[in-house]
Write a protein that binds this ligand. Structure first.
Ligand code: GLU
Length: 475
């Protein structure tokens, strides 16, 4: 397991609150309203017994609702040995800001179960997950209308399917039962493109950043994204999809990968799919043949590169190693990888940071699409796809007869093809990440008191949230 927060004096929640405070100050928000926004609304802690091979084990889990100005409150459930109340509350707060930044109309929530999932069989994990879900449902912390979990570290489609099924059995009268959780398997109400969404969203952020020459120049870069040397920490779901896309579609060189059992380095670029297949087969990067191996993986955070993408856990770049970071640009694919203290050091050093609450919001964005699809009870594109194809082919015939010219094959194909669900999901995700970047950039460009992307992102979020609080009123 990678070290958690380390020698920092602030807790994870304090670190998030300090970052948000910069934006409250810029926006001159009334201290009472600021306190109301920062406070975590409720945290449920549960302890429940499960019979594991004839022995009773008691598990501890949490679900925090940071905000409910919009419902449902949304956020993943994490299974890990580092989970505690502070972590869950900090992550729930990040969900509030994240949803506001990308205009996803949800409050912020997060859950966690203290467990090492690798130590239990599939059957045991199912028993534990179903029991945890029952606790959350019975106590009003899980339903399509109020609180909707999703995958996070240590959980995936499998756990989400068990949770959805548990809810369905307890509430068969709820016609919207499948919207009680997102990130489900496609065959059980899940959405094509959800699994890749967070990683793909990270890449859409980078592409948008490089479409803006002033942002690129401010960061000290020349040229486009192609050829940039990238180091990634964590080849889990987010890190894998982000690095694979960057390598295969954007021609980046992934020169380093940091995992829990060391790091892999290759100056002319690692083969992400190959490494991923190796990890799936061997459960480790040890012995991977086509790269050099560094045993102190974390030291590679300070490797010479252009872009550093921490995609593992919180508290990885701290006051201890912030001074050694060589990347010009840090892209926070994980939640909270840079502590408040490290953030201050990196800001002074002029390192550009694209912050977590914006960068990794692709996951919750596509979760929103999945929830909407569940409530609509119909696949996106089902009504219009063939109609669009018919119009496309009429247009093509008209074009051909008017120009009497041959039309290139790829244009013909594009014109007559209606969008399928995956096309629509990716297009909606791209649009969301681009629009949010423009909102953040507009704050940076127009406000002299804001000179970093994190504060600008928080300004975007808090401006929307505080308006919503004021509109509703506080009683
Ligand atoms: N766990 C993811 C996150 O931290 C996804 C949350 C969701 O889809 O609700 O953003």
């Amino acid at each position: 397991m990678v070290d958690n927060v380390g020698s920092e004096s602030l807790s994870f929640t304090e670190s998030v609150n300090h970052m948000a405070d910069r934006a409250f100050e810029v926006l001159n928000i009334d201290p009472g309203v600021a306190a109301a926004i920062k406070a975590c609304t409720a945290t449920l802690e549960v302890h429940f017994p499960v019979n594991i091979n004839g022995k009773i084990e008691v598990f501890t889990g949490w679900r925090s609702v940071h905000s409910s100005h919009r419902l449902p409150a949304k956020g993943g459930i994490r299974y890990a040995t580092i989970v505690d109340q502070d972590e869950v509350e900090a992550l729930a707060a990040l969900m509030t800001y994240k949803c506001a930044i990308v205009d996803v109309p949800f409050g912020g929530s997060k859950g966690g179960l203290l467990i090492d999932p690798t130590k239990y069989s599939r059957e045991d994990m199912q028993k534990i997950t179903r029991r945890f879900a029952r606790e959350l449902i019975r106590k009003g912390f899980l339903s399509p209308a109020t609180n909707v979990p999703a995958p996070d570290m240590g959980t995936g489609e499998r756990e989400m399917a068990w949770i959805a099924d548990t809810y369905k059995h307890l509430h068969p009268e709820d016609v919207n039962y499948s919207g009680c959780v997102t990130g489900k398997p496609v065959a059980h109400g899940g959405l094509r493109g959800r699994a890749e969404a967070t990683g793909r969203g990270v890449v859409y952020v980078l592409r948008e950043f490089f479409r803006n020459p002033d942002c690129v120049a401010d960061t000290g870069f020349k040229g486009g994204l192609g050829g940039k040397r990238v180091v990634i920490q964590g080849l889990g779901n987010v890190g894998f999809h982000a690095s694979k896309l960057l390598q295969e579609e954007d021609e980046c060189l992934i020169t380093g990968i940091i995992e829990k059992d060391g790091a892999l380095v290759k100056e002319d670029g690692l083969d992400i799919q190959h490494i991923h297949d190796y990890i799936v087969e061997h459960k480790t990067i040890l012995g991977y043949p086509d790269a050099s191996h560094v045993s102190d993986g974390k030291s590679l955070l300070a490797m010479d590169c252009d872009i550093l993408i921490p995609a593992a856990i919180e508290g990885q770049i701290t006051a201890d190693n912030a001074g050694a970071i060589k990347a010009n640009l840090i892209v926070e694919a994980a939640n909270g990888p840079v502590t408040f203290e490290a953030d201050e050091i990196l800001r002074q050093r002029g390192v550009t940071i694209l912050p977590d609450a914006y960068v990794n919001a692709g996951g919750v964005t596509v979760s929103y699409f999945e929830w909407v699809r569940n409530l609509a009870h119909i696949r996106f594109g089902r009504m219009e796809r063939r109609y669009d194809e018919m119009r496309g082919s009429h247009m093509l015939s008209a074009l051909k007869s008017m120009t009497q010219q041959p039309i290139p094959e790829w244009i013909e194909k594009e014109l007559v093809q209606g969008a399928n669900e995956l096309d629509l999901v990716r297009s909606g995700l791209d649009d969301t990440m681009r629009l949010s970047f423009q909102q953040i950039k507009a704050v940076l460009d127009s406000n002299d008191r804001v000179n970093d992307y994190r504060t600008a992102s928080y300004v975007v979020a808090i401006d929307k949230i505080s308006r919503s609080y004021l509109d509703i009123g506080v009683y």
